[in-house]
Write a protein that binds this ligand. Structure first.
Ligand code: G3P
Ligand code: CA
Length: 250
């Protein structure tokens, strides 16, 4: 919430795109999120065998494509030849695994981008590569471009904060161990967002996080009830498969 107590403004973040309505982490899902007027799209970044940054959630292609194998053991050409849409419905046949640069070029300026570094421990050097792509587009400096970088890997986010001091950083967790006063103080040393699963969210936690000047975005909303709960909790962002549960319905 931007101006607490006055106008409530929560950011609607389309989780892997509008993934309730279209295959996650594809152009179809991201376009749908833009059409629905989400404030941000959330993307999961990993790397192909030959060094291309690609957008896919699982470490393997098995669940969301017609292929098999680990993302890191497949070349970009092999990854691009896969069908990343049909599993969600025949109308999505032919959707491809997007590249990171394709997503930046297509969406920056149109909507915010919440970049999750997915399993960066599998991809040595990926922080520098993501930073380079952002800097090439002038998105790596202090700016109002609505770019945020987050990860479950806190060390990776400390490094990202050193590489791109102007870009907001978030940490992801579903562990209560990360909600102690000391843990949150440490996180506030390098991050701008504390992004917990919604089971961890309480009024107390939101107050504690805000008192450290951190923002809080929570995930993953897949029901109206969960959206309403987080709206009540006064979080700053709601990460959801269904942007219309948060946004005014049209
Ligand atoms: O953005 C938060 C959420 O994406 C974290 O979990 O597994 O969906 O990447 P996951
Ligand atoms: Ca994610």
């Amino acid at each position: 919430a931007e101006t607490r107590g006055e106008i409530m403004k929560v950011d609607t973040v389309a989780h892997r795109g509008a993934s309730g309505y279209a295959p996650e982490n594809t152009i179809a899902a991201f376009d749908k999120a833009v059409e629905m007027k989400a404030d941000y799209i959330e993307i999961d970044v990993q790397r192909s065998k030959d060094g291309e940054l690609v957008i896919i959630h699982d470490n393997s292609v098995d669940r969301t494509t017609n292929g098999t194998g680990s993302v890191k053991n497949l070349t970009f050409e092999e990854l691009r030849s896969l069908d990343a849409g049909s599993w969600k419905g025949s109308e999505f046949a032919g959707e491809k695994i997007p590249s990171f640069d394709e997503i930046l070029d297509r969406y920056h300026g149109k909507t915010g981008i919440l970049i999750e570094m997915k399993s960066p421990e599998l991809y040595p050097g990926i922080e520098e590569e993501v930073a380079k792509e952002l800097m090439e587009r002038n998105l790596g400096k202090p700016q109002n471009e609505k770019i945020i970088i987050q990860s479950f890997n806190f060390d990776s986010m400390k490094l990202m904060n050193r590489l791109l001091p102007g870009v907001p950083i978030g940490v992801l967790t579903s562990s209560t161990k990360d909600t102690t006063d000391q843990a949150l103080k440490d996180i506030a040393g390098y991050a701008d967002y504390f992004n917990p699963s919604y089971g961890l969210v309480s009024e107390d936690l939101v107050t504690k996080v805000h008192s450290l000047d951190l923002k809080i975005s929570s995930w993953t909303v897949r029901s109206q009830q969960a959206a309403d709960f987080l709206l009540d909790m006064d979080v700053d962002g709601i990460i959801t498969d269904y942007p219309d549960y948060v946004l005014p319905r049209k």
